[in-house]
Design a protein around this ligand. Structure first.
Ligand code: ATP
Ligand code: MG
Length: 695
């Protein structure tokens, strides 16, 4: 149990609530937030409320206080779960993972950074140079990934626009010796378009503001983002200049060569120039209006200017008879192609950067016979559930991902409980909880699921439109309890129900507009761009486009669709997490105003509901709220009983614990496991705590 801080700060564990009701839960959460207690437990799950101000709880003193301690010895903290995950990994040689969830702006990325800092701080006491270097690269990789993968959105000034899972590998000493990063679904549409008030990825503005004059000149750029179509929506921020320096420094520390760093920024510059390419048409003929921009792009990407123009204006297609012809784009197709190329350049750059970091941190020369078992702590910082006014393909993927993670949460939390009771020889009682497998199936099931239907529509030759695809979904899923067709219940009169469908997610109903689903799922990039880049004279760029080596007649197989690729990556992620011992951090965003003072009751309650926190408390309490090894229980409470203070004379700690329990009259509230005492209701422990405090 978390150290009693005094009840004026509320209850440090929701399991201690008198009754598990939403009202009591919210009251406690709010009280703690207002008292500056941003962390609260549900057992060993940490509930965190974004304080929106710097807290003085992460310094060296705090690290020392939590190092090697048990969860209940200190007030709730990220450090305590990090330490728990670390201890289990080290002592039991078990892989663990920390799953951080919550909506945009709830504090996931900040939490993941504190967790990594803590792990870095408590490891490698002997300061071995090779370990220090690994730690340094792991920490520095955050800075780089944030620059290229984060952006200012209307909900968060530093919003992660990709999902991230990082494995940290440890040697038998418990020191980090490497790692691996997986990235998920970068929101690449942001490269070419941002909502009002939002920015493109930080990297563009940082580069424009912070790049040296010499670099700017060689990239033919001016430093004003409003000069470029892709960045004109957003302005630079105060820290863009210094951030650029920090990112370049981080790239150098990680081990990127000068040539590689230069190539990275040449790609950014090319994308900015590409955005400014306009087309004009005269009759059938489409032409590029900005030849200057094309010249810069070809110079920066090491490609031939004519080749750039050609890829922008034509696509090569194989005819049925085996001939290859060049087909001119319409102006609209040319714009589509240009934007698709820009997005792909950025996405591949991002993937390549992650790959290069992985090359550096990959564990090398590890010999399990010599070095013992190599164990892992995984940290997952991935987008939370999204319900916007207008929900599209991206939200569909993100919400599917959350369904998968929720499914895992249910399985693991229940499984863990079950396993513990079994291990300790205690009877387990089943708990009623909502199993969201049915929604997972709705999305991913072969043939009948939404992704299959989408893919089928994308593969069908001929003009299958988004609405035709919606028809097919309606026919196949009309009976599904979690799918609502537009034709069934158009309750909201303002919506165009010819284009919407609704999924009843575990976290609430989300109405998706099917418009653009097929294009986004196809994620078409004309092969001509791939070939263009594959023939780049810059080897760094060439490396990013291996699929450009295929000639048009060789490209026979259709690439997997975006939804299927995403599904496959999430299934692999869940498999990875499922074989680790999980720890959870559930983040809550207190208000929409980024204010440290405001606790918006309705917003918070909504998050508590869809994160399933109340269910979590119930699961935790349905069995036994608390468990403690006999020796530890004795240590803490022996002074409350005459038979055990100062020492007991019984045969075992268990008997001594029985004496304490009996003396306080809650023998009906406990069960005795093989090694631990299980207490059903928190009230019993409360009594003990109070007595202990009164002595
Ligand atoms: P997204 O899903 O958009 O990436 P997120 O959950 O990762 O959102 P963060 O970027 O971690 O959200 O947090 C948003 C902002 O909230 C931070 O930039 C910071 O200003 C503030 N914040 C979050 N956690 C803390 C904290 N523990 N202490 C102080 N400020 C915090
Ligand atoms: Mg984030």
């Amino acid at each position: 149990m978390a150290e009693m801080e005094g009840l004026e700060f509320g209850k440090s564990d929701f399991v201690l609530l008198d009754e598990v009701t939403m009202d009591q839960f919210m009251e406690n959460l709010k009280l703690r937030f207002e008292k500056g207690r941003i962390y609260t437990y549900i057992g060993d799950v940490v509930v965190s409320v974004n304080p929106y101000k710097q807290m003085d709880i992460y310094g060296k003193d705090a690290i020392d206080a939590y190092r090697g301690r048990e969860l209940y010895e200190n007030p709730p903290h990220l450090y305590a779960v990090s330490d728990a995950a670390y201890k289990v990994m080290k002592r039991r040689a078990k892989d663990t993972c920390i799953v951080i969830s919550g909506e945009s702006g709830a504090g996931k990325t900040e939490a993941s950074k504190y967790i990594m800092q803590y792990i870095a701080a408590i490891t490698n006491p002997s300061q071995r140079a090779d370990v220090e270097s690994v730690k340094n690269v792991l920490l520095k990789s955050n800075c780089v990934l944030e620059a290229f993968g984060n952006a200012k959105t209307n909900r968060n000034d530093n919003s992660s626009r990709f999902g991230k899972y990082m494995d940290i590998n440890f040697n038998f000493n418990g020191d980090p010796m490497g790692g691996h990063i997986n990235n998920y679904l970068l929101e690449k549409s942001r490269v070419v378009h941002q909502q009002q008030g939002e920015r493109n990825f930080h990297s563009f503005y940082q580069f424009l503001r912070g790049g040296s004059q010499e670099t700017m000149a060689s990239c033919h750029l001016q430093s004003d983002p409003s000069a470029y179509v892709y960045t004109k929506e957003g302005a630079t921020c105060n820290n863009d200049y210094s951030s650029h320096k920090a990112v370049v420094h981080a790239l150098e520390v990680i081990g990127f060569s000068k040539k590689e760093i230069q190539s990275i920024y040449q790609i950014l510059a090319s994308i900015l120039h590409l955005g400014n390419v306009q087309f004009g048409s005269e009759g059938e003929n489409v032409e590029v209006l900005d030849l200057e921009a094309v010249k810069h792009i070809s110079e920066l990407t090491g490609t031939d200017a004519d080749g750039v123009i050609k890829s922008l204006l034509y696509r090569t297609v194989a005819t049925g008879g085996g001939d290859v012809i060049e087909k001119g784009h319409t102006e609209e197709e040319a714009c589509f192609g240009r934007d698709a190329f820009s997005k792909a350049l950025y996405e591949r750059l991002f993937g390549w950067i992650v790959g290069r970091i992985n090359d550096v941190i990959e564990v090398k020369d590890y010999n399990p016979v010599l070095h013992g078992k190599n164990t892992v702590i995984g940290v997952l910082d991935i987008y939370g559930f999204e319900i916007f006014d207008n929900n599209s393909f991206e939200q569909f993927c993100i919400n599917y991902c959350n369904e998968k993670l929720q499914q895992l949460f249910i399985e693991l939390i229940l499984q863990q409980e079950q396993a513990e009771y079994k291990r300790e020889g205690i009877q387990w009682q089943d708990i009623d909880y909502f199993n969201n497998q049915i929604i997972v199936d709705l999305v991913e099931q072969q043939h009948k699921g939404l992704i299959s239907i989408l893919d089928e529509a994308c593969l069908t030759v001929g003009k299958v439109t988004d609405t035709v695809c919606l028809d097919s979904m309606d026919i196949k899923l009309a009976q599904h309890p979690h799918y609502t067709s537009r034709k069934l219940t158009p309750t909201d009169k303002t919506m165009d129900f010819q284009k919407h469908f609704r999924i009843r997610h575990y976290a609430g109903d989300v109405t998706y507009s099917v418009e653009g689903f097929l294009d986004k799922n196809r994620d078409l990039l004309f092969q001509d761009f791939k070939r263009l880049m594959y023939h780049s004279s810059n080897p760094v760029m060439k490396e990013m486009w291996p699929d450009g080596q295929l000639s048009i007649t060789e490209v026979t197989k259709r690439p997997l669709t975006a939804a299927t690729l995403f599904k496959n990556s999430i299934v692999a992620l869940v498999d990875k997490l499922a074989c680790k011992e999980p720890y959870y951090v559930r983040c809550i965003k207190p208000n929409e105003l980024k204010s440290p003072l405001l606790f918006d009751d309705a917003r918070c309650q909504h998050q508590v509901a869809y994160l399933g926190l109340l269910e979590n408390v119930m699961v935790r309490r349905a069995g036994f709220a608390y468990r403690q090894p006999y020796a530890r229980f004795l240590q803490r409470y022996k002074m409350t009983c005459e038979y055990t203070w100062p020492n007991h004379l019984m045969d075992s700690d268990r008997e001594a614990v029985e004496a304490i329990v009996k003396q306080h009259g809650f023998q009906d509230d406990v069960a005795y496991g093989h090694t631990k005492l299980f207490v059903r209701t928190p009230r019993s422990l409360f009594t003990l705590e109070q007595e202990r405090a009164a002595l």
